[in-house]
Each structure stands twice: as C-alpha cells, then as structure tokens.
Design a protein around this ligand. Structure first.
Ligand code: FES
Length: 320
C-alpha cells in the first residue's frame, strides 16, 4: 500500500479473519459435494458472506474519501494554534496538481499489475485442480443394470458363480464375479442373495468353501456380453485366500481380519430376467435367505467399517 500523506510507513490493512471464514466456506462446499447438498448451500452462504466482508476490507482504503487529509497531533485545531479552520477553497492545495501524463502513478500501476498477475497465476493453478476435484460429482457415474439372463437359469436354493461384464464398453477388463442364490419368492416377488466376491478386508477375491461344478457351467449371451453361471456348493461359506478371512453363506464375517460382511448387489427382475444394479456395503445380516434382515450402507472400500464409532476414522468417499 502507498504511504498516506504524513505517514512514513505504508499503511497496511489490519489482520483479518475474513479470509479464514472464506476458506472454511470453500471447504464446506467441497465436502458438501460429497456428502450433501445442504452442506453445499451452507458453504456457499458462508463463502459469499465472508468473501464480501474480505473484499470490503481489502478495498476500504480505496473507498475512503478522506485520504490526503492529515490531522496534526492534538487534532486539526492544534495544528494552527487553535485558529479557526480555513475554508477549503482558500487554503493551500493538499496535493500538487498531477503532472500531465501522470494521472495514474507508476506505483499504483505496479501494485495492480502484481495483484492481477497473482490472480492469473492463482487461477491457472487452482482452476484445473478444482475441476478435477468437482467435475466427477456431476458426471454420470452410475453403471447401467447388467443383464444376467433368465431367472430360470438360477435353481432355487443353490448358489452359482456368476461372471459378467460390469461395464460392457470396457470389455473383459471389467469382468466381475458374484455369488448368486435364488431364494424363491417373498410376498410373491422373486428373492435373490447376490454377494460380491470382493473381500471386505483388502479386496482379494473370496472363493466358495466347497465344490464348484465346472462341468455344469452355462454360458449365456446377453445384451451386456457373455455371462457364465457355474453351480457351486459353498457348504462352508466363503473364504479368502489372502489372509484367511471367512464368511458364512449370507456373507457375514465369521473369522479373520475382514471388518464387515461381504458387499451385495442390488437386483431387479426385468421381463423374467435377473439384472444387477449397484453394489452396497453391509455391516451384518440377521437371518437368512428371503427373510434376511440386512443392514445396508453406501458402497464402501474394503477395510473400512460402515457402522459404529470406527466409521468416523475413515475419509469421506466420492460416490462409487
Ligand atoms: S484380503 Fe481377504 S482376508 Fe485379507
């Protein structure tokens, strides 16, 4: 800042808390984009209010109309020994007339140029980062339903190992495995248990603790690519080869390091065909089959608790 007339040092604005409030508002917006629109609204309000106060603070020097009027110690009267004030139109000019061509001083130009350059560099650095952080929130991240074929391919009471393309446009690299059991009917509607094979410890593929009948494998051509269905008899539930995690046939953890039950797939019946939806995480399943009571949570990464106090120790996750 330029020193004001009569001051030796530049006049700097006092420390302000407005930037801190502004930053908190921005953080609130970013977190809100992950957890809820209400938080976005609160963050936006905080950002606007503190941004306004900050800008007002920063520009207060420019908006002051008394710049150039300097009071002598003891007040304006004492500067002239208590004499009455001189009318403005009769006193000396407070500032010399600007030289022709110097209406915009070089120091002001340099000050504004520095601020402008800083803003441009800040924008170049910040905008891409913000774009990458925020854009995924607005992209279509939901997978389409995956057709697994006619429900008649799933014998009631038996598990099959189903492999399918979770994203047909990506081809074989998106092939996934689920353990599917037809539970019969519940209140007149077909019921299925569809377990993800991703271990809830660190994500290794869990295996059936029982025989897999490869000779009875069925390959089904669907609109979403080839689906293979292989009957299995996981009498001992499912086991993870990596660190020995064990699950029962409902996907509940029974031993080892996994922190929760196996994830499950939502499912739909479309014209007599079974379709998979999103995965969701499960803390625990009470009961079994069609009458099971499932504590369902948003899909969460392996190794993370979804309930209890432990869930607070994991970072927020963007939508899967
Ligand atoms: S990844 Fe399955 S027990 Fe560790």
């Amino acid at each position: 800042m330029e020193p004001r007339p009569g001051e030796d040092k530049p006049h700097l604005p006092p420390p302000s808390l407005w930037p801190v409030g502004f930053a908190i508002g921005v953080v609130c917006i970013l977190v809100g984009l992950i957890i809820s629109w209400a938080a976005v609204a609160v963050g936006a309000a905080v950002t606007v209010i503190f941004g306004f106060l900050w800008v007002r603070d920063v520009t207060s020097e420019y908006r002051r109309t008394d710049v150039g009027i300097v009071e002598a110690p003891g007040g304006p009267e004492s500067a002239r020994g208590g004499a009455p004030p001189i009318p403005a139109h009769k006193g000396e000019a407070a500032m010399p007339e600007p030289e022709p061509g110097e209406r915009f001083p070089r120091s002001v130009f340099l000050e504004n140029a520095t601020l402008g350059l800083g803003a441009v560099i800040g924008g170049i650095v910040t905008v891409p980062v913000l774009g990458f952080a925020i854009a995924p929130m607005f992209q279509h991240q939901h997978h389409e339903e995956i057709d697994l074929g006619p429900i008649t391919n799933f014998k009631e009471g038996d598990f099959v190992v189903a492999t399918f393309l979770s994203n047909p446009s990506e081809g074989e690299i998106s092939r996934r495995t689920a353990y599917v059991r037809n539970n019969g009917f519940l209140s007149g509607k077909p019921s299925f248990t569809i377990l993800s094979n991703r271990c809830a410890h660190l994500g290794c593929p869990v295996q059936p603790n029982g025989p897999v009948f490869d000779t009875r494998k069925v390959d089904e051509k669907t609109k979403d690519g080839e689906v293979s269905l292989t009957p299995t008899l996981p009498a001992g539930g499912f086991g993870c080869p990596c660190h020995g995690g064990q699950y029962d046939t409902e996907g509940n953890r029974t031993a080892g390091p996994p922190v929760r039950a196996l994830d499950r797939y939502e499912f739909y019946i479309r014209n007599g065909r079974l379709a998979l939806g999103h995965t969701y995480s499960v803390s625990k399943v009470v009961g079994s089959g069609a009458s099971a009571k499932i504590k369902k949570y948003r899909a969460t990464d392996p190794g993370e608790h979804v309930d209890g106090l432990e869930q607070l120790f994991y970072p927020l996750q963007p939508p899967h």
